[in-house]
Design a protein around this ligand. Structure first.
Ligand code: ADP
Length: 397
C-alpha cells in the first residue's frame, strides 16, 4: 500500500496525516496528528494511529523541532516515513497568488516563488514555507508537492475577481479576489453531481464550507464563478474569529478615532471578531449552548451569522440563474442542523425545501431536501487531506 504524508503548517502548529490516496472520503486516515503551541513554554504533540492515541507535552522550539518530534514518534510506533511506503509529502499552501493554480512539485525555485507571495498572505505563507523547508530537509528522498488553497479559483470570471479600485494600483500590488478553501470546494462540488444524478457539466451549485473559517462558492459545470473570500481569507461570511465583510470605513474609523494601529486592527478583524467578537466564544457548539441558556450576545452572533449566509446564498442563486444543489460542509455545515434549516428557511417560493427529518438525522454524504424540492440540498463531508493526498500522488507519479 502507498501513502502520502499530508502536512498543514500553521504559525504555531503542524497538522499531519498519513493518508492512502485511494481511500474513500469517509475513511478515517491511517495516522493523524497535531503538534501545537510551537515556540511556547509548553508544547504538545498528539498522534492517532488507527484509533490509538499517543502523545506528550514538552517545549517545542520551532517547526523543525516539531516535525522531528513527530517523525520520531511515528518511527517509535512503527509508522515512520521510512517504515511506510510514502510516495509523496503533500503540503497545504494557503496563497498561490497569480503564480500557482494547479499543484506543483516543489523545488528551490518553487519555494522562492511561494516566498515572493508572502506580502499577499503574511499570516499564512511564512508558516507554510517553514513546514516545506523542514520537511524537505528531513525527508529529502521523497517528492514534495504544494497544493494551493487558492488554486481552484484561479479562473474566476473578471466580474467576480476584481475589486472596484484603481486598476493600475491593483495590478501593481496583485490586488484581486483569489478565494480560499479551494481544495474543499473542489472536493465537495465534484461529488455532488453523482449524488443528485446529474452530469458535472449540467450542474449549477452552491457550496457552503462553514467551519472555523467559512466561505461559500458558486460553481457552474465544475468551474467556480464566484466565492466569498477575496485577497485574503478575511472577506465574506462571519467566521469563528474573523469578521467577514465589513465596510472598509470601519478600519479608517478605528484608526482615526480609536487610536488603533493597523496591526491592532488586523488582529481585531482576524482573531477577535466574528462569533468570538460578538459572543465571546468562537465554537458554534458553545454558541448554541449559550442561546439555550438565554444568552442575548450568543443569539445576536447567531443572527448575524445566519443573515450573512442568506445574503450570499441569495446573491449566488441570482448569479447562477438556476441552482441544482446547495451543499453544506465542514464543522458547522456538517453538524449544525439548525444553521442549515435557518439558512434556507422560507425559500419554498424559490424551489428550496428541506426535509426536517432528513436534516436532523443521518451521517455521511446525503440529500436532506424534500423529494419535491427543485433544488437539492445536501450535506457532504469535506476531506481536504484526502484531496491533497490524491493531488500529490497524481503529481509524484
Ligand atoms: P476548521 O475551519 O478549523 O477546519 P472545522 O471545519 O473543523 O474547522 O469546524 C470547526 C467548528 O465546527 C467548531 O469550531 C465548531 O464551532 C463547529 N462544530 C463542530 N461540531 C459541531 C456541532 N455538533 N454543532 C455545531 N457546530 C459544530
Amino acid at each position: 500500500m502507498s501513502y502520502v504524508l499530508v502536512l498543514n503548517s500553521g504559525s504555531s502548529s503542524i497538522k499531519f496525516q498519513i493518508v492512502d490516496p485511494q481511500a474513500s472520503a469517509s475513511d478515517t486516515p491511517f495516522v493523524s496528528g497535531l503538534v501545537e503551541q510551537i515556540g511556547e513554554p509548553k508544547g504538545n504533540i498528539r498522534i492517532k494511529i488507527e484509533g490509538r492515541e499517543v502523545g506528550s507535552t514538552m517545549p517545542i522550539r520551532d517547526h523543525r523541532g516539531g516535525l522531528q518530534l513527530a517523525i520520531a514518534m511515528l518511527d517509535a510506533n512503527g509508522v515512520g516515513p521510512t517504515q511506510m511506503h510514502i510516495i509523496a509529502v503533500g503540503h497545504r499552501v494557503v496563497h498561490g497568488g497569480q503564480t500557482f493554480g494547479e499543484p506543483v512539485l516543489i523545488d528551490d525555485s518553487v519555494v522562492d516563488q511561494i516566498r515572493e507571495l508572502i506580502p499577499l498572505a503574511p499570516l499564512h505563507n511564512p508558516a507554510n514555507i517553514d513546514g516545506i523547508d523542514v520537511a524537505r530537509a528531513l525527508l529529502p528522498d521523497i517528492p514534495h508537492v504544494a497544493v494551493f488553497d487558492t488554486g481552484f479559483f484561479g479562473d474566476l470570471p473578471d466580474g467576480a475577481a476584481h475589486y472596484a479600485i484603481d486598476d493600475d494600483l491593483a495590478r501593481e500590488h496583485q490586488i484581486r479576489r483569489y478565494g480560499f478553501h479551494g481544495t474543499s470546494h473542489e472536493f465537495v462540488s465534484s461529488q455532488v453531481p453523482e449524488l443528485i444524478g446529474q452530469s458535472q457539466e449540467e450542474t449549477n451549485q452552491i457550496v457552503l464550507h462553514i467551519g472555523n473559517g467559512a466561505s461559500i462558492s458558486a460553481v457552474r459545470g465544475g468551474k467556480p464563478v464566484d466565492t466569498s473570500m477575496g485577497l485574503t481569507p478575511l472577506e465574506g461570511l462571519v467566521m469563528g474569529t474573523r469578521s467577514g465583510d465589513i465596510d472598509p470605513g470601519v478600519i479608517f474609523h478605528l484608526y482615526r478615532t480609536a487610536g488603533m494601529s493597523i496591526d491592532d486592527i488586523d488582529d481585531l478583524l482576524n482573531r477577535r471578531s466574528g462569533l468570538k467578537g460578538l459572543a465571546g466564544v468562537n465554537d458554534f457548539r458553545e454558541i448554541n449552548a449559550r442561546i439555550a441558556d438565554g444568552d442575548k450576545k450568543a443569539k445576536l452572533a447567531y443572527d448575524v451569522y445566519v443573515h450573512r449566509l442568506r445574503r450570499y446564498i441569495g446573491a449566488y442563486m441570482i448569479g447562477l440563474g438556476r441552482v441544482d444543489a446547495i451543499t453544506f460542509t465542514a464543522g458547522v455545515g456538517e453538524n449544525a442542523a439548525q444553521v442549515r434549516a435557518d439558512a434556507l428557511a422560507n425559500l419554498e417560493g424559490f424551489g428550496i425545501k428541506l426535509d426536517p427529518a432528513k436534516n436532523e438525522e443521518g451521517s455521511g454524504a446525503r440529500i436532506i431536501s424534500a423529494d419535491d424540492s427543485a433544488t437539492k440540498v445536501l450535506v457532504v463531508p469535506t476531506n481536504e487531506e484526502l484531496a491533497i493526498a490524491q493531488k500529490s500522488a497524481a503529481i509524484a507519479g
